[in-house]
Design a protein. Structure first.
Length: 287
C-alpha cells in the first residue's frame, strides 16, 4: 500500500463520530432481471415511510434505472463527481419521501476501482453522506464482475435477490461461491422474489442453503419474499413506484415487512455497522 493511500485510509478509519453510522446495504443478484432495481426503489420507500433517511446509489453500469423508476431524469452522475466537476450535493436527485439518489452511469466502475488521484476528493464528498442519511442502498448491476464484488465487500449487508427459477438459483449460488472465493465476510440476506406462496419462498431458500452450507462461513438467512405481482410490471410501465401507485399491493406489503427487519419492527436486534467510512476504506483495499 502506498503512503498516500495508507494515510487516507487512516483518516477514514480514525475519524470518530458521535452520530449513528449509516448502514450500507448492497442489493445484488446472480441473474439479471431478478428484480433488484424495483426491490431497491420500493425498499427505499418503505424505509423512508418508517422514518429512515435513505440514499440510493444506482450502481448499474449501463442504463440508469433508479431515476427512471422514480420518473426522474438525472442531469449529472457519479462521473461528474469523480472528475471533480460537481460535488455530491450537486449530483444528488431528490425523489419522493425525501429519498436521495446518486445517479451511477459509467462512473460507477471508477468509483468501485478508485484511482489514486481521485481518492481524496471522493472521500471528502461521499464522507458527507453519513450526515445526510441513515441507510445507503446500492443497486448493483447484474452478475459478479469486479465492480460489483468491490461494492459487496464494502457493504454492511448483502441482499441477494433470486427468483425460484432454477437458472436464477444457479446464478445466486455462483454469487455465493464468488463471495467465498474472494473472502468477502459480509452477512448475506436472501430475498425470494416473484414467488406465489410462502412455502415456495422457503423452498427456494432451502435449495440455496443446502447447496452452500458446507462451504459458506458467513451467516446466510432468508430476509423475506416478494410475491409475483402484476401490479409491479404496471408500476414499471407507468414509472410510478409500486409503493406510491399501489401501496396496498401484495408485493409492496412484502417489501414493507422486509423493511421492518431493519427498522426493528420485526424484532431483530440492531447490529453494529461500519457505515460509509467503512465502505470507503474497503474500496481502497486494492491500494
Ligand atoms: N415481484 C415482482 N412481481 C412481478 N414482476 C416483477 C417483480 N419483480 C420484478 N418484476 C419484473 O421484472 C422486471 C425486472 O425487474 P428489475 O428491473 O427490478 O430487475 P433487475 O434485477 O434490476 O434487472 P437488471 O439486472 O437488468 O438491472 C421488471 O420490469 C418487473 O416487471
Ligand atoms: Mg436493475
Amino acid at each position: 500500500m502506498n503512503d498516500q493511500a495508507s494515510a487516507l485510509r487512516k483518516l477514514v478509519s480514525d475519524e470518530k463520530s458521535e452520530q449513528t453510522k449509516m448502514r450500507v446495504l448492497a442489493v445484488t443478484s446472480g441473474k439479471g432481471g431478478a428484480g433488484k432495481t424495483n426491490f431497491t426503489v420500493n425498499f427505499a420507500l418503505a424505509l423512508a415511510q418508517s422514518g429512515k433517511r435513505v440514499i440510493i446509489l444506482d450502481g448499474d453500469l449501463g442504463l440508469a434505472n433508479v431515476d427512471i423508476s422514480f420518473g426522474l431524469t438525472a442531469r449529472y452522475t457519479i462521473e461528474h463527481l469523480l472528475t471533480g466537476e460537481k460535488t455530491i450535493e450537486q449530483i444528488l436527485l431528490t425523489g419522493p419521501q425525501g429519498i436521495m439518489i446518486i445517479p451511477g452511469g459509467a462512473g460507477v466502475q471508477d468509483l468501485a476501482n478508485l484511482e489514486r488521484d481521485k481518492i481524496a476528493n471522493v472521500l471528502t464528498n461521499l464522507g458527507r453522506l453519513e450526515k445526510m442519511a441513515d441507510i445507503l442502498l446500492i443497486d448493483t448491476g447484474a452478475g459478479i464482475g469486479h465492480t460489483v464484488t468491490n461494492f459487496l465487500r464494502g457493504a454492511d449487508d448483502i441482499v441477494l435477490l433470486t427468483t425460484p427459477e432454477p437458472t436464477a438459483l444457479i446464478d445466486a449460488y455462483g454469487v455465493l461461491k464468488t463471495l467465498k472465493k474472494e473472502n468477502i465476510k459480509v452477512p448475506i440476506h436472501v430475498v425470494a422474489n416473484r414467488v406465489h406462496s410462502e412455502s415456495e419462498a422457503q423452498a427456494t431458500y432451502k435449495k440455496l442453503e443446502t447447496a452452500v452450507h458446507k462451504f459458506l462461513n458467513e451467516p446466510l438467512d432468508l430476509w423475506g419474499w416478494v410475491y409475483d405481482d402484476p401490479l409491479m410490471s404496471r408500476a414499471v410501465m407507468q414509472q410510478v413506484p409500486l409503493g406510491i401507485g399501489s401501496p396496498d399491493s401484495s408485493a409492496y406489503r412484502c417489501i414493507q415487512w422486509i423493511a421492518g427487519t431493519i427498522t426493528g419492527v420485526n424484532d431483530h436486534p440492531p447490529r453494529h455497522v461500519e457505515g460509509i467510512k467503512g465502505f470507503l476504506s474497503k474500496l481502497l483495499r486494492p491500494f
